[in-house]
Write a protein that binds this ligand. Structure first.
Ligand SMILES: Cc1ncc(COP(=O)(O)O)c(C=O)c1O
Length: 371
């Protein structure tokens, strides 16, 4: 077929090989009271200061925002002791994860991630013309040796979510350093630390230290989780001047809207709100894990704000049966067939009412099915 006979614009073939990312459900037809526990959002919502900052901006919507997100980068720099020049803000960390693939993958290069890694990684890799390569996990946890075994001369980017979504598992910082130490210098290690604030383990670190010292490490973070600002789309990345320079050349000139920038600054200042969100999770994550385990559900140990629950394969007792049962009662969890985890559902920590309610509904499901 010559190009003249093609009757409509043709996307690159690798684009059509992408399965689009499907976000968590948020509505149940016919059910009035719905608890959305499917997208790892914060049950505490945003800081009131962030809400106020957005309101204050409503009078000047005709103005372009600061294209460099200067105040927000400076606020992040103050909060974490970082050089704002080495911070880039994104329209959600999603934007930055995608830009990294576009910038660092040449056509046919490989992008590596682990088996149950966050689903946008293969999308980012394919969209950039790269080849996704998957390393197997052990106990639903990234395995550094398995990742290293898949590294070839063509591996230009490695995505590691730590902790990982949807499993909730993490690897100690010593393991992240071991991974980095064995990667070629031309391979970029992207440490996606979207859930870092929730982790309370002594052997965990988000990756600032590595991203500060190594030329080939970038750490990404988000305001969508602990800050409760998913709707405004605010992410950021920290890395070497070399990496930042490339990203800044290709990002949209005004990629963060003004409301996002203002809310991000205000949220960082509200330390009590962030601590409240951490404290809430520290109470309810273990409570949900214990209650689910008491019901005989397999619970993967999680350090995030969500739990991976695995159900039996017997008819009537499966994850999809549980999903239908819970959804009909207004509890929306995340089905994970797209992750290769059809036997599991992901449950986000909610407010007290949602947490108690979902456990009661799970108990009803399990009892009803075993009687
Ligand atoms: C591991 C991980 N990385 C990145 C993101 C994207 O976050 P953002 O809302 O900043 O795009 C998510 C959101 O669910 C996530 O789970």
């Amino acid at each position: 077929m010559t190009s003249h006979s093609v009757l409509k614009p043709q996307p690159r073939p690798e684009i059509l090989a992408i399965d689009p990312y499907v976000p968590g459900k948020s509505r149940v037809p016919g059910v009035a009271r719905v608890h959305k526990l499917s997208s790892n959002e914060s049950p505490l919502g945003p800081s009131p200061r962030a809400v106020e900052a957005v309101r204050a901006l409503a009078g000047s919507l005709e103005l372009y925002p600061d294209g460099a997100s200067t105040a927000l980068r400076e606020a992040i720099g103050r909060r974490y002791g970082l050089d704002p020049a080495r911070i880039i803000c994104g329209n959600g960390s999603d934007e930055l994860l995608a830009l990294l693939a576009h910038v660092f993958l040449h056509p046919g290069d490989e992008g590596l991630y682990s088996q149950y890694g966050f689903l946008t990684y293969p999308i980012c890799i394919r969209a950039a013309g790269g080849v996704p390569v998957v390393a197997s996990e052990t106990d639903k946890t990234a395995n550094v040796d398995a990742l290293l075994a898949k590294v070839t001369a063509r591996t230009k980017i490695v995505y590691l979510a730590n902790p990982n979504n949807p499993t909730g598992t993490y690897i100690p910082f010593s393991e992240v350093k071991r991974l980095h130490a064995s990667l070629p210098k031309h391979t970029l290690l992207v440490i996606d630390a979207a859930y870092a604030e929730y982790v309370n383990r002594n052997d965990y670190a988000a990756g600032l230290e590595l991203a500060s010292s190594a030329e080939n490490v970038v750490m990404t973070r988000t305001f969508s989780k602990i800050h409760g600002l998913a709707g405004l789309r605010i992410g950021w990345a920290y890395g070497s001047a070399h990496v930042l320079d490339a990203l800044n050349r290709v990002r949209g000139p005004f990629n963060l809207n003004g409301a996002a920038q203002a809310a991000g600054v205000a949220s960082l200042e509200d330390v009590a709100h962030i601590e409240g969100a951490i404290a809430h999770n520290a109470v309810w994550l273990p409570w949900l894990a214990e209650e689910a385990a008491k019901l005989g559900i397999e619970v993967t140990p999680s350090v995030g704000n969500f739990l991976l629950l695995t159900f039996p394969k017997d008819r009537g007792r499966t994850a999809s049966d549980a999903d239908a049962f819970l959804t009909a009662r207004g509890f929306i969890l995340r089905a994970l067939a797209a992750y290769g985890l059809p036997e599991s559902l992901r449950l986000t920590v909610g407010d007290e009412e949602a947490n108690r309610g979902v456990v009661a509904a799970l108990a009803e499901f399990i009892r009803g099915k075993s009687d």
